[in-house]
Design a protein around this ligand. Structure first.
Ligand code: FAD
Length: 398
């Protein structure tokens, strides 16, 4: 229900706070790479420039130029029978408490839907287009479509702020990585509209990839980046078949995407004989904490403070984590929560949430909130082995 311009404003603001400025009217027109870098050629009103960078993240949408430049197939269908005209419109003649819908009694496909956009004085106008409809999204067209489909209800539109025609696409990129180029979001998958999963999937692609690129730039093994496609492509492939379809391991999506998991993937190391309800690869569930210093916070807040979080149940698990954390550079050391000592009054609830009994168990939570390692023994050794995949080794370790 958030207008598109507002979504973009929020994202631009977040980028500005991180010191990033979006350059408009600048387009990627060529991509190359050598042993050290990718080289992107950008054309802007000021001319053409070549930008060298270790990696390129292609977030350039379903028509991705980057995907075409690296020659990745985008197989699937374009649904010419599912075309829509969408516009932000202004009128003072509709009640803003309701979403208004009309359709012609003789042709239910000739619909129009007008939804108030909260926090604005505008509405979103959506009309499916029928065969032969090729409208320009301007004021006379929108008024005409409305009059025809509402049987001339007395509503006049005053202004069209923005409008477009779009067609449904259902397509999946054959690869999510080619050399130094990574495809994310609609560049990698144009999902069926049902369930509204496109943006959510796109954000999670980037969330999955971002910390891995950051780790590799700090010196972690390059093959960490291969896990991006391995983890994210099956999720997009499953959504492509619809929300109810199982993936290659028989898992079914949930509309909130909170149960999406990377169980069984290379970066999900489950070493317990009998894994509990929460396993390596799962999104770590949240829980309330009351720490021994009296502070109350959510586990998610605790996790935000660190890059990696070690959730240690029991003294042996905690000791193993401390030994390894002491050997790491501060940037790579997991933040340890010694659950039974540091959060004793909430330990039972946390154990129940994570399906842990009174034994020692360690969960290492990755920066994107998924559990990388779950272990019940040899804690220091297992943690050390796991961290070798995500953090710089040798000289970079203390
Ligand atoms: C009508 C409609 C309703 C939707 N509703 C939902 C919903 O309810 N929930 C949901 O999760 N998803 C929804 N989606 C899908 C969602 O909008 C997309 O999945 C999401 O926007 C994808 O984000 P993206 O950043 O990957 O690509 P985009 O949002 O397409 O962004 C790509 C960007 O790259 C830029 N670009 C393109 N080519 C170049 C180039 N050569 N050089 C430089 N820049 C370039 C474009 O200008 C654009 O800014 C909806 C989509 C539509 C059309």
């Amino acid at each position: 229900m958030i207008p598109q311009w507002r979504t973009e404003e929020i994202l631009r603001g977040a980028l500005r706070r991180l010191g990033v400025q979006v350059e408009y009217r600048s387009v990627l027109i060529a991509l190359a790479e050598d042993e050290t870098d990718a080289i992107a050629t950008i054309r802007s009103p000021d001319g053409t420039e070549h930008i060298r960078s270790p990696y390129v993240i292609a977030a350039d949408g379903a028509a991705s130029t980057a995907r075409k430049l690296v020659g990745v197939a985008f197989d699937g269908v374009t649904r010419d029978d599912q075309r829509f005209l969408t516009a932000d419109v202004r009128t003072t003649q509709l009640d803003r408490s309701y979403w208004h819908n009309w359709s012609r009694p003789d042709n239910p496909a000739a619909r129009v839907s007008i939804c108030p956009l909260p926090g604005t004085d505008t509405f979103q106008f959506v009309a499916p287009l029928l065969p032969g409809d090729n409208p320009v999204p301007d004021l006379p067209t929108i008024q005409r479509l409305f009059d025809e489909r509402s049987d001339r209800v007395a509503v006049t539109f005053d202004e069209v702020l923005w409008g477009t025609e779009h067609r449904a696409n259902e397509r999946l990129a054959s690869r999510f990585r080619v050399g130094r180029v990574f495809l994310v979001g609609d560049a990698a998958h144009a999902l069926p509209a049902a369930g509204g999963q496109g943006l959510n999937t796109a954000v999670q692609d980037s969330h999955n990839l971002g910390w891995k690129i950051a780790a590799v730039l700090r010196g972690a093994p390059e093959k960490l980046l291969d896990s991006y496609e391995e983890e994210r492509r099956p999720i997009a492939a499953r959504l492509m078949k619809g929300l109810a379809a199982p993936d290659d391991r028989g898992e079914v999506a949930d509309i909130f995407q909170l149960r999406n998991n990377y169980r069984g993937r290379r970066l999900s190391v489950e070493t317990r004989q009998t894994p509990g309800i929460v396993q390596a690869g799962d999104r770590a569930p949240d829980a309330p904490l009351r720490l021994s210093d009296g502070s109350q916070l959510r586990l998610f807040e605790f996790m935000r403070e660190g890059n990696l979080t070690a959730l240690a149940f029991g003294d042996e698990a905690t000791k193993g984590c401390r030994v390894i954390a002491d050997q790491c550079c501060p940037a790579d050391a997991p933040r340890i929560l010694d659950v039974r000592n540091e959060s004793s009054s909430t330990a039972d609830a946390l154990q129940e949430t994570y399906g842990v009994n009174d034994d020692d168990v360690l969960f290492l939570i990755r920066p994107d909130g998924h559990i990388g390692l779950a272990a019940e023994d040899h804690f220091a050794e297992r943690l050390n082995g796991y961290l070798a995949c995500l953090t710089p080794s040798g000289m970079a370790r203390r």
